[in-house]
Design a protein around this ligand. Structure first.
Ligand SMILES: [Zn+2]
Length: 215
């Protein structure tokens, strides 16, 4: 399975903002309901701060991120693959549009970060509905990419934005995403790996189950 990861070495950007940002009509306000799993060390205040950073960034698109619930969560494994595997195997349940885990780091991760390019977050490619963000500032690499920046980056992926040099394609995608909502679906569509919209929660969950099951 392909996943969009924010690596320290390699891509760290969904692109630079351009004047195009203000050339679109983003339409009426939209809530994006992001349900949160968090490890013990990630406090509610920390989550609030990170979500506030996203809302500041998304204000110009008329997107307001709200958190219907935040539940304590035990990280599944030591490596980012194990951790991410646990998250993508969970269903996105109503009323959530997205499921995001905020993860702390421990000494083991810091050691691991010395030998591997460090992952600061990840969003699934088959549906763009699930992800995780490293929410605490411990490692050396995060001196350069703050948890707030990493959170904003991953949340752009949750809107279907790809890695790119400029944000131009991202603005267009945000407009399309807001227009793709079905009146009776009560769901902000997921986005599949080809960019097609998954307009119901059921279809987003089904596509993820199929991606996990393999070809
Ligand atoms: Zn990324």
């Amino acid at each position: 399975m392909v996943m969009l990861a924010l690596w320290m070495a390699g891509c760290t950007s969904v692109g630079m903002h351009t004047r195009e940002r203000f050339a679109h009509d983003y339409g009426p306000p939209m809530q994006l309901r992001v349900c949160v799993l968090h490890t013990d060390d990630v406090t509610p205040q920390r989550i609030d701060t990170l979500i506030a950073a996203v809302n500041k960034e998304f204000r110009s698109y008329g997107i307001d991120v709200v958190v219907p619930w935040a539940r304590p969560w035990q990280r599944a494994g030591f490596t980012h693959e194990r951790l991410f595997d646990d998250i993508v195997r969970r269903e996105v349940e109503a009323p959530c549009d997205r499921l995001v885990a905020f993860v702390d780091r421990n000494a083991g991760d810091a050691l691991w970060g010395l030998v591997m390019p460090e992952v600061l977050g990840m969003v699934d490619d088959p549906t763009h509905t699930r992800g995780y963000v490293v929410a605490t500032r411990v490692s050396l690499n995060q001196v350069f990419t703050s948890p707030a920046k990493a959170t904003v980056h991953e949340f752009y992926h949750l809107l279907g934005c790809p890695h790119a040099e400029s944000m131009d394609a991202c603005y267009t995608r945000i407009v399309a995403l807001k227009n793709a909502r079905l009146a009776d679906a009560d769901f902000v569509p997921g986005i599949d790996e080809d960019g097609a919209f998954l307009r119901t929660r059921e279809s987003a969950n089904r596509v993820m189950r199929e991606a996990l099951a393999g070809p």
